[in-house]
Design a protein. Sequence first.
Length: 395
Amino acid sequence: MATEEKDLEKTISEDLVVTKYKLAGEIVNRTLKTVLSLLVPGASVKEVCEKGDQLLLEETGKVFKKEKEIKKGIAFPTCMSVNNCICHFSPTKNDVDYTLKDGDVVKVDLGAHIDGFIAVAAHTVVVQSDAKAVVTGRKADAVLAAYWASQAALRLLKPGTENYVVTDAVNKVATEYKCKPIEGMLSHQLKQFKIDGEKTIIQNPNEAQRKEHEKCEFGLHEVYAIDVLISTGEGIGREKDTKISIYKKTDLNYQLKLKASRALLAEVKNKHGNMPFNLRHFEEETKARMGVVECISHKVIEPFQVLYEKPNAIVAHFKYTVLLMPSGLNLVTGLPLDLSLYQSEYDILDAKLKELVLSDLPSKSAKIKARKSKAPTNDGAAVKTENNETKPDNA
């Protein structure tokens, strides 16, 4: 039986599966670019999130049109978490909105899937009326720490490497910038129709988490969402009174009592399956919010909590979807960061760590060769291409 299940599991050893990941990745990158272009002072978070979701649905709807049985769409609803908000802020039609201000640090997080093959990405920008203004101080520290920590993580993601090697590297980079990774945050293995696979990389685990969190080795033909969140604060997430809007169906079953709960669960199964969804995706949002309560209490649906750091902290976030191929890494999501726009008084001083983040990604098809002469310096400019961008492989 176990062998049969293994045979049924589709992996990136199949060319068609790789194609579906790449298509989903291209859609995610295009949508992310569009969403980032809308982040200006005065913009509504609610409206931009809705636009992101609309684009994900439109773009996924254009591929594999003839194969009617193939499911596709949103793998993670568009989120925009600002300043000290860590993650999962994505207001529904009836929720309180947030209007972007000059100087806000915005983390955009979203995902798409084709036939259950998931591509997710996150990127951080500072909203500025002057697009060429250089970001300094703790905002720059957070962005550079998260960016370079994610670059270290990508370069360590090789078959045979243990997950805690990545955990330690992310922590070291954050420390160089006097920042902290958000405690307990996980990077998950991705599988078909499963956004939270068994193998994970934990950030900044506390003592209890370190004891409970399983060690594992990365393997060939595996897929991961490398997810790095770094804070200038304590590195601890807290819930506030912000309404939760994103949920996901679990594998548990329960005979629900309320009509609204049963209707919600039926629609989730039909439209979203095991993918995360936002309550704004439902026509009758009020009924959906009523129905979700019983579903959560019996664990048939789980919430994605909106988490916050302490009020004056700044959190930055980068996420990439990575295929572990025989030829090396295949990065299917992730946008370049213009490093010339960020200036920190801190730097990566650890020689081995600096060498790691500036090394080529382990891929035969790497487009950009990191130049040792362009190491991170105190002016925050590093590993530049001709247009001042650092491009991830296959971006």
